[in-house]
Design a protein around this ligand. Structure first.
Ligand code: GLA
Length: 367
């Protein structure tokens, strides 16, 4: 038996930019999904989920395997896509245990996909580059699960690094590692309102961005994604776009510029500048992209009242889930108390607050 682990993530800045060929800056977190794997004679998967206390068995020769709207879609989807891509898998028994909160915008889905992929690849004596594994996991989510997500979550789950944020160019998949200063903690506040990523809203935003590109490309033939458009070009050539589409495009274009500025700030330890960019990002996600929620806005506003908070914003797809906060070490306790008390009083929901470091990406766990 072998064991593989893949982490969830929190994104510091660069939201809804990945599927626009743009820039993101995620960090792998201390919460992971674990997959124990052992070989089976037959060409099938026997999967046990500890979280759901359920068993699922599928025949990998079955040509009709399809999404069931069930947790097993993730591991089954990964196996199906690996095979579709020409990687012949050995049958496997998988035991899955996840500690990434589900439906909270911390990429429990990428964690289970990546941990499963690493387990199946090893169990089948295959060698596949990490970058390719990330793309195959993304494809599993796009084609099998039906959520048209970008590459960010799967990529960081594989390439996360201790004490570093990853600045990723989602077009070239080139990345650099940026220092997360020691004296700052990443605090993740869970609104306890679940989000549904596969829900139409995410796919609708994506379609609006594509509509924006199609329109702009009539005037700017070199434009293949919003990544290629400047704010001046949007203002000049986007006048006839439906108003909501115009705002969606404006978010993506300004967000890409913010990630570049944020990378620069982090490199020189400029936490105040970084925090300002986080605030602008939240505002743009709330007003232009319209993916925030009352609870996320409240959580961010509460955080900003605490001393020692450099930056606070919603993180992940939105419509619920979590905020990410950069907080000076010595103010962590005060932050936790103030935010959780006030949030509870105002919403009647008891929030969860997780302190995380920037951690390492997926690996085999030697037992
Ligand atoms: C989800 C998706 C990512 C990304 C974010 C928004 O987490 O999985 O690909 O699009 O939303 O930034």
């Amino acid at each position: 038996m072998r064991t593989f682990r893949a982490p969830g993530r929190v994104n510091l800045i660069g939201e809804h930019t990945d599927y626009n060929d743009g820039f993101v800056m995620p960090v792998a977190i201390d919460f992971s999904t674990w997959v124990e794997v052992s070989p089976l004679e037959q060409h099938k998967l026997q999967i046990h989920s500890e979280n759901f206390n359920e068993d699922v068995e599928v025949d990998l020769d079955d040509q009709n395997l399809a999404r069931r709207g069930h947790w097993s879609d993730y591991p089954v989807g990964v196996a199906v896509i690996l095979e579709r891509a020409g990687h012949r898998l050995r049958g496997a028994k998988l035991h899955i245990r996840g500690e990434v909160p589900i439906g909270s915008g911390l990429s429990s889905s990428a964690a289970i996909e990546v941990a499963t992929a690493c387990a199946l690849v090893a169990n089948s004596d295959l060698t596949i580059e990490k970058r390719e594994i990330a793309l195959l996991c993304q494809r599993a989510e796009n084609e099998f699960v039906g959520a048209h997500v970008g590459i960010m979550d799967q990529f960081i789950s594989l390439f996360g690094h201790e004490q570093k944020a990853l600045m990723l160019d989602c077009r070239s998949l080139d990345f650099s590692l940026l220092p997360v200063p020691d004296n700052v903690r990443l605090l993740i506040c869970n609104t306890m309102v679940k989000h549904e990523l596969a829900s139409s809203a995410y796919n609708e935003r994506r379609a609006q961005c594509e509509a924006g590109v199609k329109h702009l490309a009539q005037f700017l033939p070199n434009v293949t994604a919003l990544r290629d458009v400047t704010i001046e070009q949007l203002e000049q050539f986007g006048r006839d776009l439906p108003e909501a589409v115009f705002r969606r495009c404006r978010h993506v274009i300004t967000e890409n510029a913010r990630v570049l500025a944020a990378a620069n700030a982090l490199e020189r330890g400029g936490l105040n500048d970084f925090g300002k960019l986080m605030a602008e990002s939240h505002q743009s996600l709330r007003d232009d992209y319209e993916v925030s929620s009352e609870e996320l806005d409240l959580m961010v506003n509460l955080a900003r009242k605490v001393e020692g908070v450099y930056g606070a914003r919603m993180t992940g797809g939105g419509f619920g889930g979590c905020t990410v906060n950069l907080v000076a070490q010595e103010h962590v306790e005060e932050f936790e108390q103030f935010v959780s008390q006030n949030y509870k009083q105002l919403t009647k929901l008891k929030p969860e607050i997780y302190a995380s470091s920037a951690s390492a990406g997926a690996s085999e766990v030697k037992t």
